[in-house]
Design a protein around this ligand. Sequence first.
Ligand code: GLN
Length: 260
Amino acid sequence: MSDRAVERKIAEVLHNNGFPSAGFEARQMVLSAKTETEAMQFLERRLRHEPLQYILGEWEFYGLPFSVGPGVLIPRPDTEVVVETAIKLLNGQSNMRVLDICSGSGCIGIALGVHCNAEVTLLEKSPDALRFLRDNLKCNHIDATVLECDVLEDGLSVAGQDLIISNPPYIKTSVLPSLEREVKCEPKMALDGGEDGLVFYRRITELARSSLKSGGYLVFEIGFDQRDEVMAIFRRNGFEDITCVKDYGGNDRVVFGKMI
Ligand code: GLN
């Protein structure tokens, strides 16, 4: 079959199985498969609701290529607003020290390394995610410090940062079973924010107090309903200029604050 015919066939099967972006997904699969057999294998995986991004093995974030697959959270368009906010806060200054905590694929820190020429440190605990993160540093030509550790453990020393940024796990444990099938293929470790969804916000904000320079910023991605609770954590830790930014869907998505 010609590529066009394979694409049409895949699109039809996806459409008949209720996949809303059937045409787009079929095109992506055919572009990324080396053979017709491989394209049909991609289709089989997709019919089992494996995320398209895992099947393709690569996904774009902030105009940059990222290697992704089982074991790492897929970079999402909402997170681009987090990067955009940080770029504004860094205000054209280069060589700023930026720490990305719970960095997963590395998409946030790497985007800031590329766009702001920042001196980036990436902190990640999962060995699976770290494999993707190292690939992504290489393919985006970023030379960063990688800390392989758990941010929830004591004794971490990361002083002297100009900006700390994180898209931590923030979904309440009780909500995890109701997530859609695709999201359930992603690592639970990257999603589970504990009983109230705020475990990482509390810990990272405390860590930021001892790790940010005076006048430095802490920037978080948040869940659409976490604005008030996360802003309260910033206030309790003495941050100022605490601000919430919405994503392009109109949901509260970023909270940042300035270290006094
Ligand atoms: N935004 C992700 C989702 O809705 C959650 C990512 C996270 O927990 N940091 O699935």
